[in-house]
Design a protein around this ligand. Structure first.
Ligand code: GYE
Length: 342
């Protein structure tokens, strides 16, 4: 065989070989791509969640609800407990971005200071769901939506009960236009829920000049601080008509201090509290608390439903407020209140 023929034959052989390799490569790429496509559809959704801590029974129930819902939805949950520090939340969100989770959800411990890390999530193409507490942000497009409590309405409900208790229910006091002195224990300074509960309460009592807030101080949603403040201010508590406490944990601390001082909670002084954990419902039934405003912690399923919709590229409602009730001493059947689970 002369060299040319040999070359021609060998050249054809090389062409056939090259074409074969090209086809095999193409097929394997297609296989890889379809596998990748398939896996992305079947791949488990990954949600990064930053929780603020475990400061109250309400918070622990909220965490249980989120973890249980992720499990029932088959979602891989990367969960971080920030131990009450915003900087830990920002670190956790950055780690979720680096891990390239599908969705980020978090409870902003305070309303401000989130712009930079939310810009980083947006630039990484990861949708962010805000839950429980709200953020104060001017720039649009940095989060997809909010689900949680309506703290303003909770504050209004506290004010409405106080008006009913002292003015509508006591015409003589209304006629005498006696002053109603209120001692307020607020939640974490700078948190949207403390701001909302304070502002909603003030919006209602603004129409009743008889009602005056004579002391307002933050107990940071903690039972220990509620107790400490009540101990320190016990002389004030001897003369106020009502205590408005932004959560049950602080209320339980206040009740401990009142009892130590021989003051009958719910009788010598009216007590209004928010969360509706089992201990405060039990206190309402014993007459040690006069009004319990529910703040629903069981938002896990709704959070995961919204996360799935975000991961599938759907838009979600900008704000979803969860349904919440008010329980008072005027209710007919306090024993009918279902077990709270927290
Ligand atoms: O009322 C309190 C918790 O953000 C609504 O935080 C939540 C509040 C809740 O510590 O118990």
């Amino acid at each position: 065989m002369n060299r040319t023929l040999r070359y021609r034959r060998s050249g054809r052989l090389v062409s056939i070989l090259a074409l074969t390799l090209l086809c095999v490569g193409f097929v394997s790429c297609r296989a890889e791509k379809s596998k990748a496509e398939a896996s992305s559809k079947e791949r488990q959704l990954i949600v990064g969640f930053s929780q603020i801590g475990a400061e109250s029974a309400w918070r622990k129930c909220n965490t249980r609800s989120i973890r249980d819902a992720a499990e029932s939805y088959g979602i891989q949950l990367l969960f971080d407990n920030a131990e009450q520090k915003q900087e830990n939340q920002i670190k956790a969100i950055r780690s979720f971005i680096a891990y390239r989770v599908d969705v980020i959800a978090f409870v902003p411990i305070v309303s401000d200071g989130w712009e930079n890390v939310l810009r980083e999530a947006r630039d990484a193409g990861i949708p962010v769901l805000i839950t429980d507490r709200k953020i104060r942000i001017s720039e649009e497009g940095l989060h997809a939506g909010f689900i949680g409590t309506d703290s303003f309405e909770e504050g209004r409900n506290a004010g409405r009960f106080l008006v009913r208790k002292f003015l509508e229910k006591n015409p003589t006091r209304q006629e005498a236009a006696k002053q109603v002195r209120v001692f307020e224990l607020t939640g974490t300074i700078g948190s949207s829920v403390a701001t909302g509960r304070a502002m909603g309460f003030r919006e209602v009592i603004a129409n009743h000049p008889e009602i005056e807030i004579v002391h307002s101080e933050s107990g940071d949603f903690l039972r220990s601080k509620g107790y400490e403040i009540a101990k320190r201010c016990i002389s004030d508590l001897l003369v106020v008509d009502a205590i408005y406490s932004h959560n049950d944990s602080m209320t339980l601390g206040i009740i401990d201090a009142l009892k130590e001082a021989g003051i009958a909670p719910g009788k010598d002084v009216v007590i209004i509290t928010i969360d509706a954990e089992q201990a405060s419902i039990d206190a309402l039934r014993r007459g040690e608390v006069n009004c319990v405003i529910e703040c629903n912690p069981k938002t896990g399923p709704a959070i995961m439903d919204l996360a799935v919709r975000l991961a599938e590229g759907e838009s979600i409602p900008w704000i979803v407020h969860v349904d919440e009730q008010v329980f008072t001493e005027f209710d007919n059947d306090l024993d009918a209140i279902e077990s709270r689970g927290y």
